[in-house]
Design a protein around this ligand. Structure first.
Ligand SMILES: C[S@@+](CC[C@H](N)C(=O)[O-])C[C@H]1O[C@@H](n2cnc3c(N)ncnc32)[C@H](O)[C@@H]1O
Length: 395
């Protein structure tokens, strides 16, 4: 299988061709536009739309839940800038699944970045569902250009579209919701309704399947996802990733905390071109995500020993390095003084958010763990890789 970045490079000319074909203000005459970059007038138009979309989905969030993909310019901004990022986020999460999905339902697909990520990761039957008709048309155009098999369906959970009507009677191995649930319902009761939607999606999965939810890494959307996670965990659902802790999410205890993943990327030149023009940097993709198992499937047993997922960036202090970790016993600060760095614990200095580590020779210190000269640090799974875990009962 090619790398996600190499697969994404193949999508860039298709995204540009789809956008140019749908653009009402078609260019007449002039030079043939490049297949993988924008001409200056195109760049101005797209960068302005990206700025509008970015502001509308982050600050006051007035566009969240609005029909912004029905606006030709905003759909263009989505296709050329956000689509590649959602695609890479999805490939990152799919690489953590215990088994590759074959049949997939992508809910709130927009123009299909998660759907196509699943196809590139080996899925064979993918259905993209949304209420935004132009976005689904763009997804079909992209599928035609790629020679990919994609089915599209109209879906709106706020109007009660039953999931069973989308699956054609075959339970999917994977259901994805990318940057959607924060847009569904507002105000009091919204999180309960989102949890009910996720619960019905998890119940629609084939045995051993996964429900993948990706949300923006903003404090509010991330905390919203964590509260929905807690509702589902309290109803007995097992989390496949990223949580090792089976209780209520400890990141919710302090109003200022949240939990997100971050993966370094080398953005495709088109995304870098638009990002520069719009003043948005994309050297890393950040997201909050959750992978749930179908009902009745137990939590996987964690590997033995002191095991934690790194849930912060490195927190450099005077003469010591710290991280926040979250493991089967909850969230803990981890600290190693520079003077205690040696061969067995040197890996501590290069840990990344999302890595899962096993620690030996730690001591409780305050509400966390201190590593010393005799501590050993082993990376069990780098960020974005599955944690090797025996299923409960086989440990
Ligand atoms: C930010 S886009 C995400 C698109 C894609 N899943 C991704 O991750 O890039 C949010 C999507 O949610 C869809 N959406 C929002 N409210 C919806 C609703 N009530 N019914 C169906 N789709 C909805 C929008 O049409 C849009 O395609």
């Amino acid at each position: 299988m090619a790398t996600p970045a190499a697969d994404l490079a193949n999508w860039i000319p298709r995204l540009l061709a789809t956008w140019r074909a749908a653009r009402r203000t078609q260019r007449r005459g002039g030079p043939r536009p490049p297949l993988d970059a924008l001409l200056p007038d195109e760049l101005r138009e797209v960068a302005a739309a990206v700025t509008r979309l970015s502001t509308g989905l982050t600050r006051e969030r007035e566009l969240a839940g609005a029909r912004y993909l029905d606006d030709e310019r905003l759909l263009g901004a989505y296709l050329l800038f956000y689509w590649p990022i959602s695609y890479l986020q999805a490939r990152g999460v799919l690489s953590e699944l215990p088994r590759l999905p074959r049949t997939v339902l992508d809910l709130g697909s927009g123009p299909g970045p998660l759907a196509f990520a699943a196809l590139d990761a080996g899925a064979v039957a993918v259905t993209a569902c949304d209420r935004a008709k132009q976005a689904l048309t763009a997804a079909r155009d992209l599928a035609r250009l790629a020679g990919a098999r994609l089915t599209t369906r109209d879906w709106n959970p706020t109007q009660g579209t039953p999931l069973a009507s989308l699956t054609g009677g075959t339970p999917p191995d994977l259901i994805t919701l990318g940057h959607v649930i924060n847009e569904l319902w507002k105000g009091e009761g919204a999180e309960e309704k989102r949890a009910a939607l996720l619960e019905s999606a998890a119940r629609a999965l084939a045995p051993g399947g996964s429900l993948v939810v990706i949300e923006p890494a903003l404090r509010d959307t991330s905390r919203g996802l964590l509260r929905v996670r807690d509702l589902l965990v309290s109803r007995g659902f097992a989390v496949r990733a990223p949580c090792l802790f089976r209780g209520a999410c400890p990141a919710l205890l302090k109003e200022s905390d949240w939990c997100h993943a971050e993966r370094a990327i080398d953005p495709p030149p088109l995304v870098a071109q638009i990002g520069k023009a719009a003043g948005l940097r994309k050297e890393a993709v950040k997201m909050s995500y959750l992978v749930l198992a179908p009902p009745g499937e137990p939590w996987a047993a964690p590997p033995p020993g002191v095991v934690l997922r790194i849930v912060s960036e490195p927190l450099a202090g005077k003469g010591r390095l710290r991280y926040m970790g979250c493991g089967p016993d909850g969230r803990k600060g981890l600290a190693l003084q520079e003077k205690h760095v040696g061969d067995a614990n040197r890996r501590f200095e290069t840990l990344k958010r999302g890595d899962v580590v096993a620690l030996e020779g730690t001591e409780p210190r305050g509400d966390g763990l201190a590593l010393g000269a005799g501590s050993r640090v082993t990376v069990l799974a780098e960020a974005g890789r599955p944690v090797p875990m025996p299923v409960d009962g086989q440990a």
